[in-house]
Design a protein around this ligand. Structure first.
Ligand SMILES: O=c1nc[nH]c2c1ncn2[C@H]1C[C@H](O)[C@@H](COP(=O)(O)OP(=O)(O)OP(=O)(O)O)O1
Ligand SMILES: [Mg+2]
Length: 199
């Protein structure tokens, strides 16, 4: 059994925080959130998930003096040229309003038939040991699916009620949290991160 390790999660998203707790606390990681340290959200000025995750992680290290884990993620819809992408949280204008974002996505795809509604979730994770860490660990995970025409399910967060997983025959919001965490973009990225940390 390894010793407890402390980590500040550089996110204000309750859905992400729930998933990181479920995945990391059984592995003896002690998580705090950036809010616990009074760290406010950084402006996500990057043009890639990687840049934004680095900005979030660095700010959390600076504000806490602890190693930080940041997640920048989003939904890329093929028929929309990869939108909303890095702008997923801000798609409808209001930062983090899942309902408005989902409504805008349904409108954007109103004329796109089944079979042409492919999409990917992407997740980039950055682990930084301290604010000047010159070699942060950067990993990514993706998850293919399709965008539904009507929301299904009550679980998850964000775009999950609209994201159909063909292999499961369910929307992400209909999956158990255990299954989502095992197969999601975030779950896959985190597995890659843990593997790299052990090297
Ligand atoms: O598993 C997911 N299930 C559903 N939706 C998801 C997922 N993963 C990312 N997403 C969506 C939510 C948000 O619209 C955007 C992330 O934006 P992103 O800036 O990384 O996160 P955020 O602003 O919600 O919280 P924070 O920056 O404090 O971590 O992609
Ligand atoms: Mg954000």
């Amino acid at each position: 059994m390894s010793a407890t390790r402390s980590l500040v999660v550089a996110s204000n998203n309750a859905g992400k925080l729930r998933e990181f707790r479920a995945l990391l606390e059984p592995l003896a990681w002690e998580l705090t959130t950036q809010a616990d340290h009074g760290i406010s959200a950084v402006e996500e000025t990057g043009l890639t998930f990687v840049e934004n995750a680095l900005l979030k992680a660095r700010a959390a290290c600076l504000g806490s003096g602890l190693p930080a884990l940041a997640d920048d993620s989003g939904l890329a819809v093929t028929a929309l040229g990869g939108a909303p992408g890095i702008y997923s949280a801000r798609y409808s204008g209001a930062q983090g309003d899942d309902r408005a974002n989902n409504e805008k996505l349904l409108e954007a795809l109103a004329d796109v038939p089944e079979g042409q509604r492919g999409a990917h979730y992407h997740c980039v994770l950055v682990y930084m040991r301290h604010a000047e860490d010159p070699v942060p660990i950067i990993v990514q995970g993706s998850w293919p699916g399709e965008i539904l025409s009507l929301p299904r399910g009550e679980g998850g967060f964000g775009y999950d009620p609209l994201f159909w997983v063909p292999e499961q025959g369910l929307s992400v919001a209909e999956l158990s949290s255990e299954l989502k965490n095992r197969i999601s973009h975030r779950g896959r990225a985190l597995a890659a991160l843990l593997e790299q940390m052990e090297r």
